[in-house]
Design a protein around this ligand. Structure first.
Ligand code: GLN
Length: 486
């Protein structure tokens, strides 16, 4: 059961091969057996999951099942879940039980899915390795010495390990695509505004976007059908019709124009990753696509601009954790200032503090114009690079990450960690959608092909990814888990 895609599981449930309860019990058993090692979940919710599975089976028995009824999913622990611990990977929220569901969670529930629990992540989604979690690092199921990527590392590892057929992630600078690449699964970061951010614990509000992580593009399409669409509670969520993301999956790729950004194949790219990506591009040529080089000339400004804008927004968003209304509160505060200071000093981890300091500095009087405003101007140029490229080509392709998954503990300083996102971050600054699709291995570590499209081109991206998955089998490879016997 756990090797099946979401789409295959939906067919099995519809055919009565097994029930949602049987499937849910099976996956809960796997989590129990394997997650001690992997640490991909912060909270597992067996009772709620089994109750939801029974409800889904009853819905099906009444003949009222929809495409997602009874399908298990895991949720990044950044989405508020009514009555369930929601930690954001932080000690600050280690006791926070959310009083409501995020919009995405609400929609997944309404579609009849079964949440297995909440997945591990870098604290407040800040990181590229899942090592910045107050709940411990997550291991890569392909190689326990490697990181799963971040910040949605728990979601990626859980799907890769067959603990959940799909999971929700968020992507502020690469956090869906990079862990998907490192764990050999498929991830989609939608256009900014396509999916409601309501009820997702905010990191950098102008960049954050939720999206699906699953085995295949087809499964991502299925989940997008449930989660995309207008929500008046998020003022940046776009009021625009939601297509059935599955309808274009089978469209032929003849005539597809692919652009390879010159800047994504330069210094720092692991030659073995480059070889895998170029081989994937050759598959597209055999499917009838044409390929040309394009340029995104402001690419090298993306990381500096992001590390001004994202910390600035984070410093503002994280101001609410003051020990007063919810979250960690220090023992016996002397006065209000002491309460603020010690609650924040004790609750936040090192990387989060670093970003609050940077953000507070760049937003302060006298520095705002030099840093924040300048970064926003650079952001505009980065966006324009993409728009110019999409005048010439339909999609852009390149690596999702310069290397395969690195070793746990390998990135010793924050800047080398920041540089990991060189190919993903500009996409969030521009607000366009992007995917990572399994495209080979370096040794036993997966490589992700990144596919980018213009705003609201999700259907096209899913089509392009799906056709590749019809022609290759990288997405079908599974890691061998430690004590797996059967
Ligand atoms: N690694 C980037 C950061 O630390 C992006 C994280 C994300 O997309 N949430 O900010």
């Amino acid at each position: 059961m756990h090797d099946k895609t979401l789409t295959e599981l939906a067919a099995s449930l519809a055919a009565g091969e097994f029930t949602s309860r049987e499937l849910t019990e099976h996956l809960l058993g796997r989590i129990e057996r394997h997650d001690g090692d992997l640490n991909s979940f912060i909270t597992v919710t067996p009772e709620q999951a089994l109750a939801a599975a029974d409800a889904a089976d009853a819905t099906r028995a009444r003949g009222e099942a929809g495409p997602l009824t009874g399908l298990p999913v895991a949720i990044k622990d950044l989405f508020c879940t009514d009555g369930v611990l929601t930690t954001a990977g932080s000690k600050m929220l280690e006791n926070f039980v959310a009083p409501y569901d995020a919009c995405v969670v609400e929609r997944l529930k309404a579609a009849g899915t079964v949440s297995l629990g909440k997945t591990n992540l870098d604290e407040f989604a800040m990181g590229s390795s899942n090592e910045n979690s107050a709940f411990g690092a997550v291991k890569n199921p392909w190689d326990s010495g490697a990181v799963p990527g971040g910040s949605s590392g728990g979601s990626a590892a859980a799907v890769a390990a067959g603990l959940a057929p799909a999971a929700m992630g968020t992507d502020t600078g690469g956090s869906i695509r990079q862990p998907a690449a490192f764990c050999g699964i498929t991830g989609l970061k939608p256009t900014y505004g396509r999916v409601s951010r309501w009820g997702i614990i905010a990191y950098a509000s102008s960049l954050d976007q939720a999206g699906p992580m699953a085995r295949t593009a087809e499964d991502c399409a299925l989940l997008m059908n449930a989660i995309a669409g207008h929500d008046p509670r998020d003022s940046t969520c776009v009021a625009r019709g939601v297509p059935d993301y599955r309808t274009e999956l089978a469209a032929p790729l003849s005539g597809l124009k692919i652009g390879l950004p010159r800047e994504y194949f330069g210094d720092g790219l692991d030659p073995a990753v480059e070889a895998a990506v170029r081989e994937a591009v050759a598959v597209y040529e055999s499917l009838g696509a044409t390929v040309r080089e394009v340029s995104l000339p402001h690419t090298h400004y993306a990381i500096p601009a992001y590390y001004v804008i994202a910390p600035a927004e984070a410093s503002s968003n994280l101001a609410r954790y003051d020990g007063v209304r919810f979250g960690h509160r220090c023992e016996a505060p002397r006065d209000l200032i002491d309460l603020y200071k010690r609650s924040r000093a004790e609750g936040f981890g090192e990387e989060v503090k670093r970003r609050i300091l940077i953000g507070t500095h760049t937003l302060s009087e006298g520095f705002f114009d030099a840093y924040y405003k300048k970064a926003q101007q650079v952001r505009r140029l980065i966006r324009q690079d993409f728009l110019d490229a999409f005048e010439e080509v339909d999609v852009l392709m390149g690596p999702a990450s310069p290397t395969p998954a690195f070793d746990l503990g390998a990135q010793k300083d924050p800047v080398s960690m920041y540089l990991q996102d060189i190919y993903t971050i500009a996409v969030n600054l521009a607000g366009i959608p992007g995917m990572s699709v399994p495209a080979g291995f370096v040794g036993d570590r997966p490589v992700g092909l990144q596919i980018l499209g213009t705003h609201f081109a999700e259907q096209r991206l899913l089509n392009v990814a799906h056709q590749y998955q019809q022609a290759t089998d990288w997405h079908l490879r599974r890691p061998k888990l430690a004590e797996e016997s059967a």
